[in-house]
Design a protein around this ligand. Structure first.
Ligand code: MG
Length: 384
């Protein structure tokens, strides 16, 4: 029985994690979980999984819940997330938080000797260096939940990492993959939120449309698989059937294919090295799909992809600055405060204006995050 603490239970990945747990009640036990502001989902979860401790974002919500559920310990805020991550009665933390907020709980879980199944990509984008160091020090493992990284992880099984030539991360291109650059100027939030292949949370769907998400995934891959940036390529593949590939030194390419269903990477992160059954409504049917398409990733069309490679190679505070500026700009776009192309303008502007510095502590990351947010908020104010 694997005991699980789940952060971000009410989001897209969180709910799909609950579904995996539901399908294997003999293997997985939910010990505690957090939600943000979605209290209705929390109430439903408590009816199905009456755990002893939960966490919500706002203390005001916690106060109400404590009255309604006197036998449940209701925590709130960032400290509550850390308390869940530091519990001593579980085996793996599933981190499905969105944004840099996911970094601190990941570190807490590692330091208290827990494995982490990571869907929060910002953790590695921002703090890859610190996370890797902590994993070595505390002797625990990190399992990828992102579909691309799960694919690479699966393609590496049974092979030697020293014999890898390159990782090939596939990219659907997001909601605007068929638009030219000049057509992007006046696109709306609603259009950006309609991803052709995947149903995901709003932040990551916008990041897919700007390809910031793919840039983050390149950085994640760098840290997860100890691979230099020169050996990580992005390949456009609009059907999202091949989730990523690994090319070996003999030019053999191994790919992982599947339906666009995040429950598979979630489940594999929990079950590795075993495979378990998964009930899927529409398992992959290649005869029905008929054709797969591939194209070179165009970094002029998607400048944030190139920016991510550059920031990743330079390292230090720049990935954190980039992530913070993107979080602020992504949110401002969703709030109709700036245009779609302003997002990349702000992120690239932040990278150009930041003073490049090394990071050796979480406080250094805090400072870089605050600087990135500050820069972006100023620019957003001007653009409003
Ligand atoms: Mg992905």
């Amino acid at each position: 029985m694997k005991r699980i603490v789940l952060l971000g239970a009410s989001g897209s990945i969180g709910l799909q994690t609950v579904d995996v747990i539901r399908q294997h009640p003999d293997l997985y036990e939910l010990k505690a979980y957090s939600v943000g502001k979605n209290i209705e989902v929390l109430r439903k979860l408590l009816a199905e999984y009456p755990v002893d401790t939960v966490c919500v974002q706002n203390e005001a919500d916690a106060v109400v819940l404590r009255t309604d559920y006197p036998s449940v310990k209701v925590l709130s805020g960032d400290d509550g997330l850390l308390e869940l991550a530091e519990r001593d009665d579980y085996d793996v933390l599933v981190n499905a938080l969105v944004g840099y907020a996911g970094f601190a709980p990941t570190m807490s879980a590692i330091k208290t000797k827990h494995d982490v199944a990571l869907a929060n990509k910002e953790t590695l984008v921002v703090g890859g260096e610190l996370v890797k160091r902590a994993l070595r020090k505390y002797g625990v493992s990190l399992y990828p939940i992102d579909s691309e990284h799960s694919a690479v992880f699966q393609c590496l099984q049974g092979n030697k990492k020293e014999q890898v030539k390159r990782l090939i991360i596939t990219a659907s291109g997001g909601s605007f993959r068929n638009l030219k650059r000049e057509e992007l100027k006046n696109v709306t939030v609603e259009q950006a939120l309609a991803h052709p292949n995947w149903s995901m949370g709003p932040k990551i769907t916008i990041d897919s449309a700007t390809m910031m998400n793919k840039g983050f995934e390149v950085m994640e891959a760098h840290w997860l698989f100890d691979m230099p940036y020169e050996q990580i390529d992005v390949l456009m593949h609009q059907e999202s059937v091949i989730h990523s590939m690994v090319e070996y030194i003999d030019h053999s390419v191994i790919a992982q294919l599947g339906a666009p269903d995040m429950r598979l990477p979630i489940q594999y992160a929990l079950s590795w090295p075993e495979r378990l059954t998964l009930e899927e409504e529409h398992p992959l049917d290649l005869a029905e799909i008929g054709m797969l398409h591939f194209a070179k990733a165009d970094t002029e069309r998607f400048p944030l992809l190139k920016a991510a490679y550059d920031a990743g190679r330079k390292g230090g505070n720049l990935p954190a600055v980039m992530n913070a500026a993107n979080e602020a700009a992504n949110l401002a776009f969703r709030n109709h405060e700036i245009g779609f192309l302003d997002i990349e303008d702000i992120v690239i502007g932040a990278l150009r204006s930041a003073v490049h510095m090394p990071v050796s502590t979480p406080e250094d990351l805090e400072a870089a995050d605050a600087w990135g947010w500050g820069y972006a908020l100023e620019r957003i104010e001007e653009l409003k």
